[in-house]
Design a protein around this ligand. Structure first.
Ligand code: UT7
Length: 308
């Protein structure tokens, strides 16, 4: 399926919250957080709204794509932390951008939001009725973190990533495998207006197995093997999950993009931020085969394989 990433952008709040800052807030240590999660610091947005972050990321992606907001047919925004109950954050973004021809909707698929969005965008583009999609993953998880709970507050951060997608160009969505299991919702959730609650140990085990399975299936569907993959961009939840996944897939860590030390877990924003950084650093090049995978609340999980 033709799907080209015409431009990528990301936005992070300026405020850095380090592990040492957290040591002053809860009974934790830089040593524990680093060894158990790989996180050294995360970004926290006090002033910028979700729309502000999404807008900055989108503007960068559009500028880099050489696409004007009026050319966008659809805006899909994946988030757990919208600015308002309704309307959708995508509508606020649409207005801010002046994307006057676009229909706009949010999707709620937690950390898998970007991959769910990519599959939906692929379908819309394949229909031929939608030519260009702005796909955004954005979170202000700091809003729903209990800053007195050391088991969760050290893990999450804020940020946004955006991509401009088109059916025209060299890129391809080679395969996509998405799953959900709502019977496991209590492993990771927040009540309405409540804080994130997570059974971390249980989720850890499920995440490694489930992501490995969908990655293998995505490769199989595309008729490719692990050796054909140039870069893996996993959801950044825990460096130990990423390492265990790489081991299961028989992948050298050199092929796996990691930025968790800088931003922690930014849920739906994590994959697009990582993709954009990898591109800026020259680790992601045109024509590369890229495997993305995520797991999160829902439970939802999936893998997307693209030729970039
Ligand atoms: O984005 C969605 C996907 N998210 C995930 O997949 C997250 C999956 N889970 C994880 O990443 C890990 O389970 C955590 C990082 C959340 C926790 O790591 P763990 O190695 O599973 O630790 P644990 O929960 O088993 O806790 C071990 C110990 C406990 O103390 P005791 O009972 O052994 O005395 C905790 O109370 O570490 C303690 N602990 C902490 N200590 C210092 C928990 N949080 C902290 C902390 N600082 N922040």
């Amino acid at each position: 399926m033709g799907i080209s990433f015409l431009g990528l952008g990301y936005a992070l709040p300026a405020q850095v919250l380090s592990n040492f800052d957290l040591e002053k807030m809860v009974d934790t240590s830089d040593e524990w957080i680093t060894t158990r999660t790989g996180i050294k610091e995360r970004r926290i947005s006090k002033e910028e709204s979700l729309t502000d972050l999404s807008y900055r990321a989108s503007l960068q992606a559009l500028n880099r794509a050489g696409v004007s907001p009026e050319e966008i047919d659809a805006i899909i925004l994946a988030t757990l932390t919208p600015d308002l109950g309704f309307p959708a954050s995508a509508c606020l973004l649409q207005a801010r951008l002046g994307a006057n021809r676009a229909y706009a909707l949010d999707i709620s698929a937690a950390c898998s939001g970007f991959l769910y969005g990519l599959e939906l965008a692929g379908g819309l583009l394949a229909s031929g009725r939608t030519k260009k999609v702005l796909l955004v993953g954005a979170e202000r998880l700091s809003q729903i973190v209990d800053w007195t709970d050391r088991s969760t507050c050290v893990l999450f951060g804020d940020g946004a990533g955006a991509v401009v997608l088109s059916s025209e160009g060299e890129g391809e969505l080679l395969s996509s495998v998405l799953r959900s299991d709502g019977s496991l919702w209590e492993i990771l959730y927040a009540e309405r207006c409540g804080y994130i609650k997570m059974k971390g140990k249980e989720l850890f085990k499920i995440a490694v197995r489930a992501m490995a399975e969908v990655c293998e299936e995505a490769l199989q569907k595309a008729g490719l093997s692990v050796e054909d993959v140039d870069l893996v961009v996993p959801h950044q939840a825990n460096i130990r999950i990423i390492q265990a996944l790489a081991e299961r897939l028989n992948l050298p860590m050199e092929k796996v993009y990691v930025n968790i030390h800088k931003y922690g877990n930014t849920s739906a924003a994590s994959i697009p931020i990582a993709l954009c950084e990898a591109y800026e650093e020259g680790k992601l090049k045109r024509g590369d085969v890229v495997l993305m995978t995520a797991m999160g609340g829902g439970l939802t999980w999936g893998a997307g394989l693209i030729r970039f």
